[in-house]
Design a protein around this ligand. Structure first.
Ligand code: HEM
Length: 359
């Protein structure tokens, strides 16, 4: 009689595992018709539409989308895994903006705070949920970006983050990596987060040339920035050499001192080079590091995974290329252990990179 009992146990176990799987994949249909993993996420769909309409010109990868990603970093990084710093990804940069926008590393952040603040108030979200939802949506407006995670339910921030937690472009690699480590990120994750600079431009590094991009494809979340930061530089795009800036290879393009130093340092150079023309790898590295960043300091057990409210980004599938007139001979290779990828060159004369409109 042992045999039938065993098969009954197996049947029960199977049913239980099927039920567990079903509950894992359970979907809820909201009154709006959207399908999501959790009924609590239904409230977010109209908010996503509002953020797209009011902040991102209906879904553009423009200045506000870029800045939404930058402010999410500056909000979250005010945190230490050892305690004694800020509340992390809590929206304090928005709620306590008078204090935090005065920090030196937050130059230019007041513009995006001014743009986001009224929309934030209208949504009724906590400041942390707003900042990190807007970052996921804005980043996703850029073709090639991964669909970032969004966890819902951050409580309101308790206090402003302390100053001097945000890396500056003039910092040494050792200082930058130490700051990232203090917040819980490895050198590899720090490089992954710097994929953000593929949709980035500077307004205040050289205030005479606002909106100066860090790569020639600032509207696309591709790996072009990892290539272009390695090209030999020979010019400053604006009013001569500014603090935090080093020589750039292209007219209209700015190179941050920190990006270049990280691309050349033996602790990070091979992670940097590995991103080049490796779109899927770059997307997954960035997505994973951002998933950590966007919940720093939060009790994740109390958050609800509402990632499926984030619109799906358009893919980028082309091979990246050297800008016209450049080739492998112009690359300052800093990872001799790995072969440098073989890339074609865009035809024609060397480009002048246009500024990001509206900067
Ligand atoms: C070593 C660490 C970093 C340094 C030193 C750094 C520095 C800078 C600087 C100086 C600017 C230009 C500011 C201006 O003049 O307007 C900038 C822009 C930007 N940064 Fe970073 N950054 C770092 C890491 C990150 C990370 C981890 C993210 C996101 C995950 C990020 C996202 C951005 C974005 C999206 C912009 C462009 C904003 C816009 O175009 O409006 N940065 N960064």
């Amino acid at each position: 009689m042992a045999f039938p009992r065993l098969s009954a146990i197996v049947a029960i176990a199977l049913a239980a595992s099927q039920a567990a799987r079903a509950s894992l994949t359970k979907r809820v249909t909201c009154a709006s018709g959207h399908v999501t993993a959790n009924a609590a996420c239904c409230a977010l769909f109209p908010i996503v539409d509002k953020i797209q309409a009011d902040l991102f010109d209906g879904g553009e990868c423009g200045e506000e989308a870029h800045s939404a990603l930058r402010i999410s970093f500056h909000d979250a990084i005010g945190f230490s895994i050892y305690g004694g710093k800020g509340g992390g990804a809590d929206g304090s940069i928005l709620a306590f903006n008078k204090t935090e926008t005065a920090f030196h590393a937050n130059g230019g952040i007041d513009d995006i705070v001014d743009r986001q603040f009224p929309v934030f108030l209208e949504t009724g979200l906590s400041a942390g949920d707003f900042i990190h939802l807007a970052a996921a949506i804005g980043t996703g407006n850029c073709p090639g970006a991964p669909r970032l995670q969004f966890m819902f339910g951050r409580p309101p921030p308790k206090a402003a983050a302390p100053d001097l937690t945000i890396p500056e472009p003039t910092d040494s690699v050792t200082k930058i990596l130490a700051r990232f480590a203090d917040a819980g990120f490895s050198p590899r994750e720090a490089v992954a987060l710097l994929a953000s600079h593929t949709i980035a431009a500077a307004d205040v590094v050289d205030a005479t040339i606002p909106g100066t991009p860090f790569d020639s494809t600032v509207g696309t979340f591709d790996s072009q920035v990892f290539l272009e930061v390695l090209l030999k530089g020979n010019l400053f795009p604006g009013n001569g050499s500014q603090s935090g800036e080093v020589l750039s290879p292209l007219h209209g393009e700015m190179r941050l001192q920190s990006d270049f130093a990280i691309s050349q340092d033996k602790r990070t150079a091979c992670f940097w080079q590995a991103m080049i023309n490796n779109q899927k790898f770059m997307m997954s590295e960035f997505k994973a590091a951002m998933a950590k960043l966007q919940v720093l300091g939060q009790n994740t057990k109390k958050l609800i995974d509402c990632s499926d409210v984030v619109p799906v980004p358009k893919p980028f599938t082309a091979a990246i290329k050297f800008p016209a007139t450049f080739s492998k001979k112009d690359v300052q290779i800093a990872c001799p252990q790995s072969a440098f990828p073989s890339l074609a060159t865009v035809a024609g004369p060397a480009p002048t990179v246009p500024p990001v409109p509206g900067s």
